[in-house]
Design a protein around this ligand. Structure first.
Ligand code: NAP
Length: 426
C-alpha cells in the first residue's frame, strides 16, 4: 500500500476522492492507495458531494504533510503562499508531490522542481494546464525527441465560453459574463480569466517545458484580456471569415529568441483552433520531426482535473525511483513585443470628410504598414460617423502602434475603438 495525504477537498479534491473510492476498472495501482488524511480549512463545513470519513479530515495540513506515514502529498488547495510552504515542507521531508496549482507552478515551478530533483522525489503537475487533457507528460516524454518551434493554445475555458456564446448568440460581453457567473463557468471576480492572467500562468508553464525548463518570469509575458471585445467586433470578424479567441502563443524565432504572449486574436475559420468552442481547451504544437500535433479536451472541472491529478499519482507509483531530470536554471532571451510581427484588425470611426481614406492610407504607409483591406461597416449617430474596419498585412508591432498614434491625431478620425492581432500570414 502507498500512504497518500490529500490537501484540499473542494471541486478537484472531491473528484480525486471519488476516483479513490471507486477504483474498479481503473489502473490496478489505485487499489494500493491508502488515504491517511485530508487537509481542509474547516472540518465542520457540509460536504454533500463527498463521502469522506469525518475522522480523515484535519485542519492542520502541516502536521499531515509531516506525518511519517505519508509518502505522497496531493495539493489541491489553490492560491500560492500556503501551498508553497506545504509543498516545500513535503519535498524537504522526502515525499512525492502532485499539484494542480498553476498559479504556484508558474511562479515557483523551477525552484520547486529543482528542490524535488535534489531530494530524489517527484513533483508532478499535469492538472495545472489543460485540466483533463494529457499535456505535460506527453510534452515531456512522448515528444521528448522533438525540437518544438511553436505552440498555439486556447488554455482558458471561461473566456472561450464567453467568446463562443457572444459569437453564437450575438450577445454582449456583459450579458454573457453575467450568465457565465450564474452557471459557475466564471468566478464572481472574473479578472484572472478575462484579463488573461490564468492563460499567462499556463503559458509560462508550457513554455518552460517546451523550451526545456527555462525560467520564464511571469511578468515578462505580454498579456491582454478579452474585456475590450464587443459583439460588433465578433460580428465583423465573422463577416471577414474569422472567430475571435483568447490565444496563448509561444514561438522560437530563427534568432533563438522566445516570442511569448497572451491576447485575443482573429483566428481564420480554416484554422483548427477556430472550431474549439465553449469551455474546451486546445493546444497546437509544431515540432521537428513530428510536425503538427493538436491536444483537445475539457480544460477544467472536477472529473477532468481529478483525472489528471490521479494520473500523476499513478505515474509516481509506476516509477517511484526515477524522478525528474533537467536543468531548471537556464534562461532564453525574449523577443520584445514591439518586434513581434503579425497582421492586425482595427476598428475606428471616421468623420464624413473628403479624403479620409487617403489620410488613413498615408498615415499607415508612413509607418511602413501595408493594408490588406479597408471596409466601411456602418454609419453612426447624427454626425454620420463612418465605422471602418481595417486588416493590415504582416507588420512589426511598433510600426502598427506608431501608425495608430498618428491616426488618433488626424482631425478626420473620431475614435480608434479596438485593435486586435490576426493569426496567419494572410
Ligand atoms: N476547479 C477546476 O476545474 C480546476 C482545474 C485545474 C486546476 N485547478 C486547481 O486546483 C486547485 C484547487 O481548485 P478547486 O477548484 O478544487 O478549489 P476549491 O473548490 O476552492 O477547493 C479548495 C480546497 O482547499 C481547502 N483549503 C483552502 N485553504 C486551505 C488551507 N489554508 N489549508 C487547508 N485546506 C485549505 C478548502 O477547504 P474547505 O473545503 O474547508 O473550504 C477546499 O477544500 C487550484 O490550485 C486550482 O487552480 C482547478
Amino acid at each position: 500500500m502507498v500512504n497518500v495525504a490529500l490537501l484540499g477537498l473542494g471541486t478537484v479534491g472531491s473528484g480525486v476522492v471519488n476516483i479513490f473510492q471507486d477504483p474498479e476498472g481503473r489502473d490496478p495501482l489505485l487499489k494500493e492507495v491508502n488515504l491517511v488524511g485530508v487537509g481542509v480549512r474547516s472540518k465542520t463545513k457540509p460536504r454533500p458531494n463527498s463521502k469522506i470519513a469525518p475522522a480523515l479530515l484535519t485542519e492542520d495540513s502541516f502536521a499531515l504533510v509531516q506525518d511519517p506515514r505519508v509518502e505522497v502529498v496531493i495539493e489541491v488547495v489553490g492560491s500560492v503562499d500556503i501551498p508553497l510552504k506545504l509543498i516545500r515542507t513535503a519535498l524537504k521531508a522526502g515525499k512525492h508531490v502532485v499539484t494542480a496549482n498553476k498559479a504556484l507552478m508558474a511562479r515557483h515551478g523551477t525552484e520547486l522542481l529543482a528542490l524535488a530533483q535534489s531530494q530524489g522525489v517527484h513533483l508532478r503537475y499535469e492538472a495545472a494546464v489543460g485540466g483533463g487533457i494529457p499535456l505535460i507528460q506527453p510534452l515531456h516524454q512522448c515528444l521528448g525527441a522533438n525540437r518544438v518551434s511553436s505552440l498555439l493554445g486556447i488554455v482558458n475555458g471561461t473566456t472561450n465560453y464567453i467568446l463562443t456564446k457572444m459569437t453564437q448568440e450575438g450577445r454582449s460581453y456583459a450579458s454573457v459574463l453575467a450568465e457565465a457567473q450564474h452557471l459557475g463557468f466564471a468566478e464572481a471576480n472574473p479578472a484572472a480569466d478575462v484579463e488573461g492572467y490564468d492563460a499567462q500562468e499556463k503559458l509560462a508553464i508550457l513554455a518552460s517545458i517546451i523550451f526545456r525548463n527555462q525560467l520564464i518570469p511571469l511578468d515578462s509575458i505580454p498579456r491582454k484580456g478579452i474585456t475590450g471585445i464587443s459583439d460588433v467586433d465578433i460580428r465583423y470578424a465573422a463577416e471577414l471569415g474569422y472567430a475571435i479567441k483568447l490565444v496563448a502563443v509561444a514561438n522560437r524565432t530563427k534568432e533563438g529568441l522566445l516570442d511569448l504572449r497572451v491576447h485575443p486574436a482573429l483566428v481564420p475559420y480554416t484554422h483548427p483552433l477556430s472550431k474549439v468552442d465553449n469551455a474546451f481547451n486546445a493546444v497546437l504544437i509544431e515540432a521537428d520531426p513530428v510536425g503538427q500535433i493538436m491536444f483537445y479536451g475539457p480544460g477544467a472541472g472536477a472529473g477532468p482535473t481529478a483525472s489528471a491529478v490521479v494520473a500523476d499519482l499513478i505515474n509516481i507509483l509506476s516509477v517511484p525511483d526515477s524522478p525528474m531530470d533537467g536543468d531548471f536554471t537556464a534562461t532564453y532571451p525574449l523577443l520584445p513585443i514591439d518586434d513581434v510581427e503579425t497582421r492586425f484588425y482595427c476598428r475606428l470611426k471616421a468623420k464624413d470628410d473628403l479624403g479620409v481614406i487617403g489620410h488613413l492610407g498615408q498615415a499607415f504607409g508612413d509607418s511602413a504598414v501595408s493594408l490588406e483591406s479597408i471596409v466601411q461597416k456602418a454609419v453612426h449617430g447624427p454626425d454620420q460617423l463612418a465605422e471602418l474596419v481595417i486588416i493590415t498585412h504582416q507588420v512589426q508591432t511598433k510600426c502598427f502602434n506608431e501608425a495608430i498614434q498618428k491616426i488618433q491625431k488626424l482631425s478626420s478620425i473620431a475614435s480608434v475603438d479596438l485593435a486586435l492581432r490576426v493569426l496567419g500570414s494572410g
